[in-house]
Design a binder for this molecule. Structure first.
Ligand SMILES: *[C@@H]1O[C@H](CO)[C@@H](O)[C@H](O)[C@H]1NC(C)=O
Ligand SMILES: *[C@@H]1O[C@H](CO)[C@@H](O)[C@H](O)[C@H]1NC(C)=O
Ligand SMILES: *[C@@H]1O[C@H](CO)[C@@H](O)[C@H](O)[C@H]1NC(C)=O
Ligand SMILES: *[C@@H]1O[C@H](CO)[C@@H](O)[C@H](O)[C@H]1NC(C)=O
Ligand SMILES: *[C@@H]1O[C@H](CO)[C@@H](O)[C@H](O)[C@H]1NC(C)=O
Ligand SMILES: *[C@@H]1O[C@H](CO)[C@@H](O)[C@H](O)[C@H]1NC(C)=O
Length: 458
């Protein structure tokens, strides 16, 4: 009881605040197409992000911690899977509760997050559009006297042309962009040395859009009506928001002195790293600052990345992709921070791409715990499921709302399929509903190692 009272006081004392977000949409390759909705959000504390997401109890839907910078920010991510959606243009305003932006120089108070995507079938890929994919840290900082270029690495699952710009019009509550930072359509941000009167935090509200590389048609699955998208028509647009802090001038802008400098074996910015499902990838990062103490590695990437430090500016990031990550290319970004007499110095933002091969784990025995940690959690300690990664092809072939007729999921459980099948089936059913399936789904046990699932109607 005492600890929960203390916790509430801490949240109030820390002045809960919003530090930005990123939302992306992705469609898998197997019909019926499943929509994965990734929502990354940052606040001044992890408890506070939980309160916005799920009233403080974040067991459902699953919310994962990405990274935390002590006493400054916490980034969390939520992954939602949708099995049913209309083949229409989709525009959604995501709520971030009653939170306000952290205090900023450009006067942005109310967060607004609008994602748009077109769910009609693209003629070039025969499925709906996936939005660009991007990772961003909640806070990027630079001393006011130092020049900095920030290249935001973006990838697009459909190979589209990706462009960045500041949010405008109805995309923001107050749109004033940071006066000290300019953004180019190629997603590079540039800061020029300024005087101390410009120091302080700025709220950055950007939109990242994907454009087809050639003229394509989009077909409405209900009416069959086609519309044309040229290379100057955005198909999807996602919000990318973070805090840019202009700190007091540094004694020197030379990297490696106060501002940490990356050393080998740190991968280069834009490096491509390959892995496979269930295969752990480790990225070693090393940085030095001769006039400051290298203290922290901060990162943002796909759910499940963990970090460790072995001291003296040596860090590593470790990630084991699960089945749902197969075939995907994720940007993973990081910075190293150093401090010296109460000032904090941040290295350049460095991002790499991590691509997971399609090589999948054998599913011949679904009751054997897979060799990897599953990231989807349930309230029950004994059973977890992964999002479906493939479906049997006997699905409705006509366009229109999609019905999931069968799915293939991995289950790790200490229960026995022979004696506890009813409990296992109930847990699976609950989990599928939480993942967005209608409440009238029916589950059928096909054999001791196979469970069938059917759903009726939209
Ligand atoms: C700082 O910049 C502002 C705006 O550009 C300018 O008005 C002011 O004179 C500058 N101050 C100094 C000390 O250079
Ligand atoms: C796109 O639609 C137009 C007319 O609506 C049609 O003439 C054209 O062939 C279509 N192109 C593709 C690639 O489907
Ligand atoms: C992924 O698996 C394929 C097929 O087994 C293999 O050829 C490839 O080397 C693996 N990739 C990595 C990065 O281990
Ligand atoms: C840090 O990494 C470098 C190169 O990888 C190595 O030579 C050094 O011993 C490491 N230091 C620590 C404290 O692990
Ligand atoms: C994975 O599968 C997708 C769809 O079948 C394909 O487009 C992609 O090239 C594959 N990737 C690899 C690395 O094999
Ligand atoms: C850096 O910060 C840590 C924690 O606040 C502190 O213990 C350490 O003395 C600082 N180092 C320097 C060089 O200021």
């Amino acid at each position: 009881m005492l600890s929960s009272v203390l916790l509430l006081l801490l949240i109030n004392g820390a002045q809960a605040a919003y530090y930005g977000a990123v939302i992306t949409n992705y469609f898998g390759d197997v019909q019926p197409f499943v929509l994965t909705y990734h929502f990354k959000e940052s606040g001044s504390s992890c408890q506070e992000v939980d309160i916005w997401h799920c009233g403080g109890n974040c067991t459902t839907p699953p919310v994962y911690a990405v990274d935390e910078s002590r006493n400054e920010w916490c980034q969390k991510t939520e992954v939602r899977i949708y099995y049913s959606y209309g083949p229409r243009t989709f525009t959604y305003q995501h709520s971030v509760g009653s939170s306000s932006w952290t205090e900023n120089r450009n006067g942005i108070i109310t967060p607004k997050l609008i994602i748009s995507n077109d769910f009609r079938t693209r003629s070039d890929i025969n499925k709906p559009n996936s939005t660009p994919r991007i990772s961003i840290l909640p806070v990027l900082r630079v001393p006011s006297n130092c020049q900095r270029n920030i290249n935001l690495l973006v990838s697009d699952p459909d190979g589209d042309d990706v462009r960045c710009r500041y949010a405008a019009g109805s995309e923001c509550d107050t749109c004033t962009p940071p006066s000290v930072l300019s953004v180019s359509s190629s997603c590079s941000l540039s800061f020029s040395p300024t005087n101390s009167s410009d120091e302080g935090p700025y709220a950055v509200q950007m939109m990242v859009e994907d454009f087809p590389r050639q003229t394509i048609n989009l077909t409405d699955g209900y009416t069959g009506v086609q519309s044309v998208k040229t290379t100057s028509d955005a198909i999807g647009s996602i919000p990318v928001q973070f805090v840019f802090k202009v700190d007091p001038a540094a004694p020197s802008c030379t990297t490696g002195e106060y501002l940490p400098r990356f050393l080998p074996p740190t991968p280069e910015h834009g490096a491509q790293i390959y892995t496979n499902v269930s295969e752990t990838v480790e990225i070693n990062i090393r940085a030095e600052a001769t006039q400051a103490e290298t203290t922290e590695l901060l990162f943002s990437g796909p759910p499940g990345v963990t970090k460790s430090s072995s001291g003296s500016g040596n860090f590593s990031l470790t990630w084991t992709p699960i089945a749902g990550d197969g075939g995907l290319n994720y940007p993973l970004c990081f910075v190293v921070q150093a401090n010296s007499s109460r000032s904090v110095y941040q290295s350049d933002l460095r991002c790499v791409f991590v691509t997971t091969g399609n090589t999948t784990v054998s599913r011949s025995n679904t009751t054997t715990p897979p060799p990897t940690t599953l990231r989807t959690t349930t309230n029950q300690p004994t059973t977890t499921t992964t999002p479906p990664t493939s479906s049997t092809p006997n699905a409705t072939p006509d366009p229109g709302p999609y019905y999931l007729l069968a799915l293939n999921a991995e289950i790790s459980t200490s229960l026995s399929m022979e004696s506890d099948s009813a409990t296992i089936m109930n847990l699976i059913k609950e989990e599928l509903r939480r993942q967005g399936l209608p409440s009238d789904i029916m589950l059928k046990l096909l054999s001791s190692t196979l469970v069938g699932v059917t759903t009726q109607g939209p």
